[in-house]
Design a protein around this ligand. Structure first.
Ligand SMILES: *Cc1c(COP(=O)(O)O)cnc(C)c1O
Length: 524
């Protein structure tokens, strides 16, 4: 579709009063690119060109990737002369086709089944156009106005869905890693405050207080927990890895043991971090029991629901989050199971007052004298910050929460259908029944004597299958390890993908695996 050019749009015309190439001419031309009242028509036309380019691309897309190599793309990008701008938007978009669009990895494609990237909903893309043009910044009221109220309303909506109580609050963040980091920062500062009240610690300096702190999380929790511990000055060793039961959920008895052990050693349980939807298995830790253990030991209870957070709007699976209302803080990634474009996440807290740990009054921005102003910077570790909340807002206003929940439910159904396909396929081994929308499995065909392919061979083979399939561009699947062995992983978030689509990925994995095995035998 050709973009509609508004009638009041005039392409750049060289001014007659100034010579071309003069500073005045340069400035004249430059101002034509500013988004403002005068250029509103041009803005519409240009953005429509960009929108048409990506829409055209997506409508022709028949696979998630082309298999382009890093070397190919590097040389094409390096060949661009950044010192010489192109004639117009159309030319730049043409060039972009070669350096990006043609070889991008497309998450909307039914055969993209790798990471927790979702197909995105159109209402959120409408919001992207609005929020980046207005360009509100969420740090202070005087840079955001209504945007702050919309963000606050969505925070209380999400906290309400999770029943975090009347004192709940929170803030949008750039992603689950940042939400987890901020949660642990609040927990650390709470623990230090509490430690300082104890006369026994009188005169102890911060480093020796920090040395006592421990974070308890399951062996399957997200790496950002460990990374946060390190960034918070606690070190990786401050994280106690609690074993999981057979379903990859944290074992509450083991947690109780670890907590008691730490107390006996004179250590301080700073936080228990549960996961609601682990990245590999979609496992949801037993939230109620973990909350009870955390409370008993005075530890902050954080729930990382970066993946499982979307269950809050699911009609059929909402109950899987039971117990989450007991959390002191919760991470939710809207850019995963709410089908929002990157980035959009939130940290929710049960007690608004705990956000004071990230409050800093800068004279030029949010002085103490302006504490009654609704300045979101008081709650955030970022300063200048995108109005990502608008995407969720327009999504709720156009689609509604139930429709989002239906999309996640659809992905969960797809995973359970595909699990049956894999479980009944003699060439594949499924590592566990699906809990949300991921499947961990490997290609391990039977040998002529009826035994399975040797573990070591299967290990190498599954890694090779994954790279070969990625290079083909026909499908994108993930990989992970289970007890030191390599597996493949489907992360399914596309409710429009059909079982047949995934079945054809399985067939591709099989033929690729068989060919690789054959090659290995020939060369052996
Ligand atoms: C994805 C994920 C994260 C990290 O979120 P980002 O948005 O990628 O920073 C944290 N925890 C879990 C369980 C996740 O699945």
């Amino acid at each position: 579709m050709a973009p509609v050019i508004p009638a009041d749009f005039h392409p750049l015309s060289p001014s007659t009063e100034t010579g071309s190439g003069s500073p005045a001419q340069l400035l004249h031309n430059a101002t034509a690119h500013l988004f403002n009242a005068r250029n509103a028509g041009g803005y519409t036309a240009r953005v429509l060109e960009g929108v048409a380019a990506v829409a055209g691309k997506v409508s022709q897309c028949t696979r998630p990737f082309t298999g382009a190599t890093p070397a190919e793309l590097k040389s094409r990008v390096d060949a661009v002369d950044l010192g010489t701008p192109l004639a117009d938007t159309a030319a730049a978009l043409d060039e972009l086709e070669g350096v990006y669009l043609r070889d991008a990895v497309y998450f909307h494609d039914a055969k993209y089944a790798a990471h927790l990237n979702c197909p995105v909903v159109i209402p959120a893309l409408v919001a992207e156009a609005v929020l980046s043009a207005v360009n509100s910044s969420m740090d202070t009221w005087d840079q955001s106005a209504g945007a702050t109220m919309i963000e606050r309303r969505l925070i209380s909506w999400a906290a309400g869905q999770l029943q975090l109580g009347g004192s709940a609050d929170g803030v949008f963040t750039s992603g689950g890693s940042q939400s987890n980091f901020q949660a642990l920062l609040l927990a650390r500062n709470q623990a230090v405050e509490w430690l300082k009240l104890d006369p026994e610690n009188d005169g102890l300096r911060l480093p020796s207080l920090l040395e006592k702190l421990r974070i308890f999380t399951s062996a399957d929790s997200h790496f950002s927990i460990r990374k946060s511990a390190s960034m918070l000055g606690l070190g990786y060793d401050a994280v106690v890895s609690v074993p999981c039961g057979p379903e990859h959920r944290m074992d509450p008895v083991a947690l109780g043991g670890e907590l008691a052990h730490a107390r006996n050693e004179g250590l301080v349980p700073m936080a228990v971090v549960a996961t609601a939807g682990t990245t590999d298995f979609g496992a949801i830790d037993p939230l109620d029991e973990l909350a009870a253990a955390a409370r008993e030991h005075g530890a902050w209870f954080h729930v990382d629901a970066a993946y499982g957070g979307g269950l809050m709007v699911s009609a059929r699976h909402r109950h899987l989050l039971d117990g989450i209302h007991r959390a002191d803080s919760v991470t939710v990634d809207f850019h995963k199971t709410f089908f929002q474009p990157v980035s959009s996440s939130a940290l929710l807290v049960r007690d608004a007052a705990t956000l004071r740990h990230v409050t800093y009054h800068a004279d030029y921005l949010n002085p103490v004298s302006a504490v009654d102003r609704p300045n979101q910077v008081d709650k955030s570790i970022q300063t200048t910050r995108r109005f990502d909340a608008l995407k969720l807002w327009l999504t709720l206003r156009i689609m509604g929460a139930d429709a989002l929940g239906a999309l996640f439910d659809g992905a969960i159904d797809l995973a359970s259908s595909v699990a049956k396909v894999l479980a009944s396929d003699p060439d594949f081994e499924l590592a566990a029944a699906p809990q949300l929308s991921t499947l961990v499995f490997r290609y391990r065909p039977r040998q002529p004597d009826g035994s399975r392919l040797a573990e070591d061979t299967a290990d190498r083979l599954n890694q090779d299958i994954r790279s070969a399939v990625f290079s083909s561009g026909e499908a994108v699947v993930a990989g992970t390890t289970v007890a030191g062995r390599h597996y493949l992983k489907f992360t399914l978030l596309n409710a429009e993908a059909r079982v047949e689509d995934i079945r054809s990925i399985i067939d591709l994995l099989r033929t690729t695996g068989a060919l690789l095995l054959e090659d290995a035998e020939v060369s052996a």
